[in-house]
Design a protein around this ligand. Structure first.
Ligand code: 5AD
Ligand code: SF4
Length: 436
């Protein structure tokens, strides 16, 4: 390993948007320390910001470590951050000796001290969950693109029986109102036009009796900020005020990621989801009464222990009843320390594969249908970045669909007519161009 403090870094984030946010904040912290961002092939410090939610994601870290340690440019300092760091801690350098530093998701504000320890050959492992918030110790925000993430809530108290999050990210904690508003202002001053509020249970956010809808209302009053989104939500925390916000606040985008996970009440009970199919569908009805065009997204797990073909059919039924704009689906993955990992009646891998394929076929069909339904409509698109072709731009519709455009300025909110739709994206033209 390099015998001096690294001068350059590369951060690779896996998993959820909260890791993307943490990765951005680590980059800001390292830049404040005088380091600069570089490619993975040459950076003197490589940070793997990991995900522990499923076994495949967690195991990928080890193959990545091996590859980075053997890269052509010589071995960099290797740091493992994120949820694998939290879950496996000191076990990581025992298993992968190339790892110099381990830092959990609540401790990354201490990265500079850990780097100094690693350079000095001292142990550099920190998986504390300190009571003083890391946010207070981090440098201020910069916006790097028109759309920014802002973590407002972390952790989970729900203890779904398959999930590691309550163990890796800890109990539900809401950041204070003032800190969030200040961070949002800094992001908007830096050029952000859309902010996505993040939390493992973002709709459980609260501060002295104020809920997420109050926060959204306050942010909507901020000049320069044109779009607000939030994710991920839990059905039990979907307050009336938040539903009403979808009717009353135009800057709140018509998109809701609200996982139901499965369509069989028996499985939902075994998952400890504390909602059933009927209550979930009623909730979706109420949200749609408030905002009829809302795009509904979700997460599904197939092959939870004990899931029968009839249970799986019930999942397909609930998907049909909801009609998703998009949704994610996963094979159940037993996670160490979770109650479901030791439940009997684990579903064989080939059955899970086959169910996942059927579910994904249905979800793809729904997504394509949702996209096709926007053809001919005019909507606003926030241009986020350049596309692959010369002159092409990529933006997002209000319903979070990717839209390909023939030109425009990154950061602009433009009126677009949708002229084409594939399963994954739309093609749009700006009406003045269409007329020309
Ligand atoms: N196996 C498969 N999927 C899981 N998820 C969480 N834990 C597991 C697991 N053990 C899924 C859930 C959650 C999403 C982020 O990941 O659907 O909503
Ligand atoms: Fe995991 Fe359930 Fe908490 Fe979501 S609500 S993070 S699935 S325990």
């Amino acid at each position: 390993m390099i015998p001096h403090k690294p001068t350059s870094f590369h951060i690779k984030s896996f998993g959820c948007q909260m890791n993307v946010y943490d990765g951005a904040r680590m980059a800001e912290l390292l830049e404040a320390e005088g380091m600069h961002a570089a490619d993975a092939g040459v950076a003197e410090l490589v940070v793997l910001n990991t995900c522990h939610i499923r076994e495949k994601a967690a195991e990928k870290v080890y193959s990545d470590i091996g590859r980075i340690a053997k890269r052509d440019g010589g071995k960099p300092m290797i740091a493992v951050a994120g949820c694998v760091a939290q879950a496996e801690g000191a076990e990581i350098p025992r298993r992968a000796r190339a790892v110099d530093l381990v830092v959990g998701p609540q401790a990354y504000h201490r990265l500079p001290a850990l780097i100094a320890n690693a350079v000095a050959g001292r142990q550099a492992i920190d998986t504390d969950m300190p009571t003083v918030s890391k946010f207070d110790a981090l440098p201020g925000r910069r916006a790097g693109s028109p759309n920014a993430f802002l973590t407002v809530q972390e952790g989970c108290d729900k203890f779904c029986t398959y999930c590691v999050v309550p163990y890796t990210r800890g109990a539900e904690v809401s950041r204070p109102w003032g800190a969030i508003v200040d961070e949002a202002k800094a992001l908007v001053d830096g050029g952000a036009r859309e902010i996505t509020l993040l939390g493992q249970n973002v709709n459980a956010w609260e501060d002295q009796g104020r809920g997420l809808h109050d926060l959204i209302e306050a942010l909507a009053a901020m000049p320069g900020l044109v779009r607000i989104r939030y994710t991920t939500s839990h059905p039990n925390d979907m307050a009336d005020g938040l539903i009403a916000a979808h009717r009353d606040i135009p800057k709140l985008m018509p998109f809701l990621h609200l996982p139901v996970q499965a369509g069989s009440d028996r499985i939902l009970k075994a998952m400890n989801r504390s909602h059933d199919v009927t209550s979930y569908l009623k909730l979706i009805d109420r949200v749609r009464s408030a905002r009829p065009d809302i795009a509904v997204s979700g997460d599904y797990i197939v092959g939870f222990p004990g899931e029968s073909e009839a249970d799986f059919q019930a999942t397909l039924d609930v998907v049909r009843a909801i009609g998703h704009a998009q949704a994610f689906s996963f094979k159940y993955s037993p996670r160490p320390g979770t109650p479901a990992a030791t439940m009997g009646d684990q579903v064989p891998a080939e059955v899970m594969d086959e169910r996942l394929q059927r579910l994904q076929a249905l979800l793809t069909e729904q997504q394509h249908a949702f996209n096709r339904a926007t053809i001919g409509r005019t909507c606003e698109v926030l241009i986020e970045r350049d596309g692959k072709q010369p002159g092409q731009r990529l933006g997002k519709s209000p319903w979070l669909q990717s839209v390909l455009l023939d030109g425009g300025v990154v950061g602009d909110l433009v009126e677009v007519e949708v002229v084409g739709a594939g399963p994954l994206s739309l093609v749009g033209v700006r009406p003045e161009r269409a007329a020309a």
